[in-house]
Design a protein around this ligand. Structure first.
Ligand SMILES: CC(C)(COP(=O)(O)OP(=O)(O)OC[C@H]1O[C@@H](n2cnc3c(N)ncnc32)[C@H](O)[C@@H]1OP(=O)(O)O)[C@@H](O)C(=O)NCCC(=O)NCCS
Length: 170
């Protein structure tokens, strides 16, 4: 399998916030944003693996800024690291000022997808080669996040989370 860069999986989805997608404060409902991010991230994982992909876990979500009704929201997803059958996908969410067009970072999230065959069994994915400094930072930290996610899911023991443990020993 030929290695790929994060750029090759880059997926951008831009859409409006409509009244049916808001909470009582007239801001975008969190679950609606999670769904938009899941869709963009799954396309990115599919572009990287060229396989059927399923969401294995939502590793991190930060709803740092409310997104008001009528906003133009851009969700940008890229694979940040590929393991054996799983891929971490980083999602950045931007809003756009109507008059100036200036973009503001509103939220970010990190999802894990697994490539599977037609019967749902995990299958191998190509290696990911990060290029930019940000891509390299995200690539390095992805192993810690994978270990934390597996630890919280009860799939590994603390002793197996070597990269994660090293964080606390620095
Ligand atoms: C995701 C799924 C395929 C994993 O199956 P599994 O039997 O746990 O398979 P494995 O133990 O071989 O794990 C496969 C990969 O997923 C990773 N993984 C599994 N659970 C994970 C978790 N909670 N966090 C991060 N990675 C996880 C494993 O580390 C492994 O990665 P690697 O091969 O790159 O090292 C399976 O649990 C599944 O089909 N879940 C339902 C998915 C779905 O329907 N999503 C939509 C929800 S509505």
């Amino acid at each position: 399998m030929t290695a790929k860069t994060p750029e090759q999986s880059r997926t951008i989805m831009t859409d409006l916030v409509l009244p049916s997608e808001t909470n009582p404060l007239n801001n975008l409902f969190g679950g609606e944003l999670l769904a938009r991010m899941d869709r963009a991230a799954s396309i990115a994982a599919r572009r990287h693996s060229r396989r059927i992909v399923v969401t294995a876990s939502v590793n991190h979500v930060a709803f740092s800024r409310a997104v008001p009704l009528g906003s133009v929201v851009t969700v940008e997803a890229k694979v940040s690291r590929a393991f054996k059958t799983s891929m971490e996908v980083f999602i950045d969410v931007w809003t756009e000022d109507r008059e100036s067009g200036k973009r503001t970072k509103a939220n970010e999230a990190i999802y894990t997808f697994v490539a599977v065959d037609e019967t749902g069994n995990p299958v191998g994915v190509p290696e990911l080669i990060p290029e930019t400094e940000l891509e390299q930072q995200r690539f390095i930290a992805a192993l810690r996040r994978k270990q934390l996610s597996l630890l919280l899911a009860g799939k590994i023991k603390p002793a197996q989370a070597s990269e994660l443990k090293a964080l606390f020993e620095e």
